[in-house]
Design a binder for this molecule. Sequence first.
Ligand code: ADP
Ligand code: ZN
Length: 608
Amino acid sequence: MVKNLIIWSIIFIALTSFFQNITFNYNKNHYQVNYSTFLSDVNKNKISQVIINENEIYVIKKDNSKYFTFLPINDPKLLTTLMNKHVQISGKKPEEVSLLFSIFISWFPTILLALMWIIFIKKMQLGSGKGAMSFGKSKARIFKKNEIKTTFIDVAGCDEAKDEVKELVEYLKEPKRFKKLGGKIPKGILMIGPPGTGKTLLAKAIAGEAKVPFFSISGSDFVEMFVGVGASRVRDMFENSRALSPCIIFIDEIDAVGRKRGTGLGGGHDEREQTLNQILVEMDGFDKNEGVILIAATNRPDVLDPALLRPGRFDRQVFVSLPDIQGRAQILSVHVKKILISKDFDPMIIARGTPGFSGADLSNLVNEAALFAARNNNTFVSMLDFEKAKDKIMMGSERKSMIISKKQKESTAYHEAGHVIVGRLVPNHDPVHKVTIIPRGQALGVTFFLPEEDCLSITKEKLDSQISVLYGGRLAEEIIYGKENISTGASNDIKIATNLARNMVTKWGFSKKLGPLLYIEEEEEIFLGKSVSRTPNFSNNTSKIIDKEIKSIIDNNYIRAKNILEKNIDILHSMKDALVKYETINCKQIEILMKRKKLTNKDFEKNK
Ligand code: ADP
Ligand code: ZN
């Protein structure tokens, strides 16, 4: 911007001095004399001709010499004097150029401002680097066919999605052969799935396998301040892609432009609608055999305009879901290829401990683990590094520096030990993985459970056990310190337990009195995250029963947990001691404590 200003001011200065020079030039070749000399020349009959231009008098003498002079005051007698001396008098036609110039000069600041404004806006939109004239040009990133190194091997853990898109590769390789055989290939594929599950990766892998160019653009790149820019970008992108066909166009976050039209959302966003219309027009316009395949990604298929999903458009849908245990292990295996890992690396163990992680999260996990190893100057990334990385991502960094009083440490240890012991002794509960009283994020201590497999549905028994375990922490505090001295540390446990119990009664039909009915209206997402819950349609009486049933589930589990802890109070004490001493104990060490044996330093050395 500063550079532009400088350039423009230089131009401005150059132009103004140029105009001044023109008027100067007019006079330069002739010398100036004073008015009285001129008058005496007139009287002496030396003048043959004068040209009068306002107060400036251009004089040609009879000997053909020339000069000019200025009228000091308006001299009304001058003309008569000149006529008497038979001097030829002429005026001067105002210069045409000067009119244009004056217009130009009066408009110059406005033009300058307008130019600067346009440049500024363009800068804003395009960022730096891009050409100045690419207003309506698509912002798609183009990967040439030899630039794409991604193949299906890099995409792990979503085999169904991979299978579904494999035929596209064959088609893109030889569109003509496919055409001859009358093969039908969709023009548009909609990849649906949560963020980070590898939709972009999969689309790119298709291009990589078929060795065709890959256009990548995000839906939000189309949406601009000015109406019509998005649409022209779409046009431009399709034109470019046709020239390079067969190829793949990948539109990430299509919901940014593809939301249902006319919902009144955002005041009927003209620009978005025009852009969406242009996409539809282009999609309908290109022939099936042109060899351009559109792949769009979204995690909100519900908000998309139905017109996008009509046959001939994005009529094929591929679901890319969060990976399951096997998938996570496979994804980890793909990503650890890039780092040096120790021999004890077992992707299954990490996969078990990372339910709900997406491919992107796992790739981040591997990276964090490598960073931990590097920080400790290790030559290999060990399981311990992975464990640390996992805890950091899930719970926030360890807050080792936080100063905790001895008493606080002890009560945290009792609390966590309470969770662990109940967890070990209720039926059908996930095994404890480890327990720590090192504060992380908001929590003072954490007990980690490690499910054997991803749980897709849970039994009532397991839910009851979970509620018991959740109260184990608070109960341990109560048993040791008395009812009056329970801390607020259990608020999150209570919240989770209450929600579980409420869902058991109102959603999952686990209450005998109420039966398998839905007593809760699902919250409906209207749009943009604003939700409204409708008033439940059951009587006051039912509402009382619901409350009673929730209370009874919680009471039963509370009493069960209390009994367990009271019977095993010796283990509670020894586990507290171990936690205060070692801060973190793992499942093997917990096993030893549960058998009422003593933990020794030896048990810790082995595991390091
Ligand atoms: P999305 O487009 O679904 O949001 P991306 O394709 O951008 O997700 O994934 C981001 C990164 O996460 C990828 O570059 C890759 O490193 C990793 N990733 C995601 N899913 C997978 C997968 N299934 N296999 C291997 N890596 C994956
Ligand atoms: Zn707790």
